[in-house]
Each structure stands twice: as C-alpha cells, then as structure tokens.
Write a protein that binds this ligand. Structure first.
Ligand SMILES: Cc1ncc(COP(=O)(O)O)c(C=O)c1O
Length: 401
C-alpha cells in the first residue's frame, strides 16, 4: 500500500544510537546516556497534593482552557522570572506550552519557510535540530569555544546567510555543559540588534547551578523585549511528566505562536497547570531546587573524580558548572559510536557526541549524564567504563598503525 506521506517524513529519522540504547533499559546496564532527572528527588507528596487540590478546588482544572495558559500560572511565572532572572515581562507575554520542546516547535512553525537559515552552536540540543529539520530549515553551525559563539564567525554568517533566527542554550548547555561568558552574551545580543535577528534562548538548566554567583544573566534579561524569546520548563526542577514549559518574548511573536498552538493542541493540559499553581503557592520550590543542585553537584564531582583517574592520553572533558551533562573528548582515533557497542556489552552506556553536531561531527566525543545514577552506581558504571576505555585504548593504538 502506498500511503503518500508528505516529504517532511524524510526528516523523521530513527538513529542507530537509539537502536543500541534500546537494550539499556534491561536493568543490567548502568546508563549515563539519558537526560533524565533523578526520580528519587521527585517531590512526590507535593505533586500529589497539588493535583488533588487542583481537582478538588478548581473545576476549570478539568475543563478546556485558554490557549495562552492559565493566567494565574503566567502571573506566577512572570513574578518568578522577575525576581530570579531579572527578566521583566508581563503575564500576557507568556505562552504556556507542553514542555519547552513544544515552544521550540511552535516557534519554528511560525518563523521558518523551507530553506530558511537558523544559526546554532555546534554541537547543540539534538531535539531542537530535529524540530528545525522537520520544517526544512537550513541549519548552519557557528564556530564556538567554551565561552560561546565566536563573534567574527557569527557576524560573517549573519551578513552572508541572513538567518531567520539564532538558537542557543547559553547556560549549562545540552550536550556540552558549557556556560557562555557575559561578553559573548552581550556580543550576540548586539549583533542580533544590529542585524535584526531573533534569538531563541533555550534555558531548561539555568536553575541547576552548582556554585553561587558566577553565572551570567540570561540573554532575555539584557534585551528590551525585542529580539529574545526565552523558553524554560518545569521538567528538570519539578517533574518532566507534568509537561509544562513556557515561552516569553515579543508580543507579536507570542500571539502568532498562540494561534499555532491552538491548531496544534488547543491548550496545555489544564490539570497540570492548576496543579503547578498550587505547587508554587504551597511548596518551597527554591529549597527543592537547592536539594537538586547539591545532589547533582555531588554526583558530577564523583564522576569527575573517577574520570580524573582514567589515564588515557588525548582524553579531556569539560567540568560543568551546572546542568546535567559532562562532555568528553576521547583520543581522535576512537569512534564513540563503535565504542558504545562495546560499552553496552560491558554494562554501561553513554551517548556518542556525533548526532549533536550540525556539521563536521567529532566522532570521538560523548555525553555523560550524571544525574540519574546514585554515587555508588556512578562509581560502578565508571569502573565498567574504564575497562571499556582500556580496550578502546588498545584498539586505538592498533588503528594508529
Ligand atoms: C536544551 C533542551 N531544551 C529543551 C528540552 C525539552 O524539555 P521539556 O520539553 O521537557 O521541557 C530539553 C530536554 O532535555 C533540553 O535539554
């Protein structure tokens, strides 16, 4: 039977890595592959109470709702962003979405015509690449280092390619775990203003900061509500299953995204939104976030300590200041997709770095998640990893000849 699918299905690829990682759920593999928060830290009682209250006290929690999202929740978010991020926006400028993933999708839906250019970092968040690809975007990587995009290359590409938007994860990025410096943030904003390019700032990890004080402010806090759209989520700080994210930015853009959302799913789940209203009133979310920060920081240090002990020439890694990931560069002779197969056989998994690249993938890179395993499991997993790397070292020496 010929179903006559749209040509967009070409962009819906299932990756080889996903196939290998399917076996990871069999219980014998310690996985550093996923991007999952730790279930043991979920505020189960608070979430349960919040849902009960939502259903008991708010009939509207069970009703169809406004596409924009529950006004009270948008008010709470506006207050929270003002107090904690110095992002000054009105509730009317906020759209509640089904996770920040939907915010990226709706944004692309209203901005991108086939062939339009979007500039990104290289590597960057895989599922954002999938969204942009599905709208037939010409995704172009800007050269970057640990501090963010390189200004000259950025300006050159803006001038030559006239991008529709620049997509960035400037704070504790996925996959690289990096934080853009204040200077690079300012330079990006200045160029966006100069050439009138919209920035999509994706910030799911900004709250998961390991040490006080040294994280530069979000781009959205330094913008006059003209060029930056800022999206974030409760997935990493409350629970991902609640599927609540939001996007805030210029009114014109948010209004069109709201219309696009209406066509997509009418509105975000009402019960989850009302539950969050109660949760934010009755639960000490900040204290909870502090527990998450402390726990993940400790785990990152355990993983780092064990990586420090691995003696492989040419291996290096980035010590993140927040977020959920460590980015590892293996010696150039090692292909991490091949290595994953060996790793899984030894009961440990990671994600190879190549799929996160827009172009020129570095086949020797990998992303390690440190949030979803206890310190004991991290230790056991890293021990297995060392065995795998020792094997890889032998192979890489063989390959070199
Ligand atoms: C950079 C980035 N953006 C967006 C998301 C989507 O998060 P959610 O849809 O759960 O809010 C994730 C999830 O891992 C992410 O890492």
């Amino acid at each position: 039977m010929k179903y006559g699918f749209s040509h967009r299905v070409r962009y819906l690829k299932s990756s080889a890595v996903r196939e290998i990682l399917k076996v990871v759920n069999n219980g014998n593999v310690i996985s550093f592959a996923g991007g999952l928060p730790d279930e043991a830290l979920f505020p189960v009682n608070a979430v349960s109470e919040a849902f009960q209250k939502a259903i008991q006290f708010d009939r509207k929690a069970l009703q169809y709702g406004e596409t924009e999202g529950v006004y009270k929740l948008r008010e709470q978010l506006a207050n929270r962003m003002r107090q904690q991020k110095q992002i000054i926006r009105q509730p009317e400028d906020i759209l509640i979405t089904s996770g920040s993933q939907q915010a990226i999708d709706l944004f692309a839906r209203i901005m991108i015509n086939p062939g339009d250019v979007v500039l990104t970092e290289n590597p960057t968040y895989l599922a954002a690449l999938q969204v942009f690809s599905s709208y037939e975007t010409n995704i172009v990587a800007v050269e970057s280092d640990q501090d963010g995009m390189l200004e000259n290359d950025l300006e050159d590409k803006i001038k030559r390619l006239k991008p529709k938007c620049i997509y960035v994860v400037p704070t504790y990025s996925n996959p690289g775990g990096k934080v853009w410096s204040l200077e690079r943030r300012k330079a990006l904003l200045q160029l966006a203003h100069k050439y009138h390019v919209v920035i999509l700032e994706d910030d799911p990890y900004g709250d998961i900061q390991f040490e006080q004080g040294d994280t530069p402010p979000p781009l959205a806090s330094m913008d006059q509500n003209k060029y930056v759209l800022y999206t974030s989520t409760f997935s990493k700080t409350v629970v991902p299953a609640i599927r609540i994210g939001w996007i805030v930015g210029p009114h014109q853009i948010i209004r069109l995204m709201t219309q696009a959302k209406q066509a997509a799913d009418l509105h975000t789940n009402s019960i989850s939104q009302y539950a969050l209203v109660h949760l934010m009133q009755d639960f000490d979310l900040d204290q909870h976030i502090q527990v998450i920060r402390d726990t993940y920081y400790e785990r990152m240090l355990v993983m780092k300590g064990l990586l420090d002990e691995v003696n492989i020439e040419g291996m290096s890694y980035i010590v993140p200041k927040g977020g959920m990931f460590m980015w590892v560069n293996m010696p150039e002779t090692i292909n991490t997709t091949d290595l994953l197969q060996i790793a899984v056989e030894h009961g440990v998994a990671f994600v190879p770095g190549a799929p996160f690249y827009v172009s020129n993938p570095k086949e020797n890179t990998m992303r390690l998640n440190f949030t979803n395993a206890t310190p004991d499991l991290i230790e056991e997993g890293m021990n297995r990893f060392v065995t795998v790397m020792e094997k890889a070292k032998v192979q890489s020496v063989e390959n070199a000849y």
